[in-house]
Design a binder for this molecule. Structure first.
Ligand code: FMN
Length: 305
């Protein structure tokens, strides 16, 4: 079988293959441009952008754990003004899909950032990071209740020029219920999972390893959790799911598709091998050929009992 079709479509946006980079692990794309051929992957997702620039938490803000890492970067980013002025001109030149990840600490902040992005070109979709505390309301994360996830999605859907991917947190009682609320509110796609809350302690100093005390756990350690979340959400929604969490190679990609994903994001893997996404594009092609499957979309949700 020679012509393997790796293309996928999400909310009318065509991807040459379903391999994307995860927000916060790939900068604004430029940082990796000299190491990998970005035109060979399906798309890149930029670091979360907020209304105002943020320096983030004080270091140490990352710590390696067994089969993964903790991070408490604190959403360090250049803010929407500099993003549009300094980052969009480069992103517009790329021959791949650019997905801009948006974060905020109130409904108004998300709305403002999304409005600003409406005027920018060279963007395929927005990914909304809802794992932020709503300081304007109850202090809970937008991702932690069906009501707040629904409200945020519905408000952004009203004003966004671009299709919306809502990025879900695993730090909730029932991720499928939040997924359904986002779908009901008009989300075009869902991505999952963001990091799991964790911590590490220095047993000599009795201090946490991260200045922020807790951080988000990512990498291979979270893959089984992520796969289960994708499988559960796939059984409850009709919109496409983008799988994230501990994906290191093309076999992981295949497993997320079988669980129900239509595309995947590589995060922590970029720190181990900056070329992991391009390698996975080649790998998944060989895997599909070996499995006698001509079209990658034929793998979606093929989990057997
Ligand atoms: C250092 C670091 C920074 C991150 N920053 C963001 C961010 O700004 N916005 C976001 O939505 N997710 C962020 N994430 C979460 C990743 O996009 C991804 O959801 C998570 O790491 C799980 O995937 P992985 O196991 O492949 O890394 C960050 C992850 C890491 C490791």
């Amino acid at each position: 079988m020679s012509d393997i079709d790796l293309s996928v479509e999400i909310a009318g946006v065509k991807f040459r293959n379903p391999i994307l980079t995860a927000s916060g692990t790939f900068g604004y794309g430029e940082e990796f441009n000299e190491y990998i051929d970005l035109s060979r992957i399906g798309g890149i997702i930029t670091k979360s952008v907020t209304r105002y620039p943020r320096p983030g938490h004080k270091p140490p803000r990352t710590f390696e754990t067994s089969s993964g890492m903790l991070n408490a970067i604190g959403l360090a980013n250049v803010g929407i003004d500099r993003f549009i002025e300094e980052k969009i001109p480069f992103l517009r030149t790329l021959d791949t899909n650019v997905i801009v990840n948006v974060a905020g600490f109130s409904l108004d902040e998300y709305v403002e950032v999304v409005r600003r992005l409406n005027d920018a070109d060279g963007i395929s979709m927005l990914e909304i990071n809802i794992s932020c505390p709503n300081v304007g309301a109850d202090g809970l994360e937008f991702s932690s209740s069906e009501t707040s996830a629904h409200k945020l999605t519905a408000e952004l859907k009203k004003i966004s020029r671009y299709p919306l991917i809502i990025k879900l947190s695993p730090n909730v009682t029932d991720i499928a219920a939040i997924a359904v609320a986002c779908e009901d509110a008009g989300a075009d796609a869902l991505s999952l999972i963001n990091t799991l809350v964790g911590m590490a302690i220095n047993h000599y100093t009795f201090k946490p390893m991260l200045t922020n005390t807790t951080g988000g756990l990512s990498g291979p350690a979270i893959k089984p959790v992520a796969l289960a979340c994708v499988m559960k959400v796939y059984r409850c929604v009709k919109i496409p799911i983008i799988g994230i969490g501990g994906i290191m190679d093309h076999f992981d990609v295949a497993q997320f598709f079988i669980a129900g994903a239509t595309a995947v994001e590589f995060g922590t893997a970029n720190f181990v091998n900056p070329n992991c996404t391009v390698d996975a594009v080649e790998g998944i092609r060989d895997y599909l050929r070996d499995m006698n499957i001509a079209t990658i979309t034929d793998l979606i949700g093929r989990l057997r009992d």
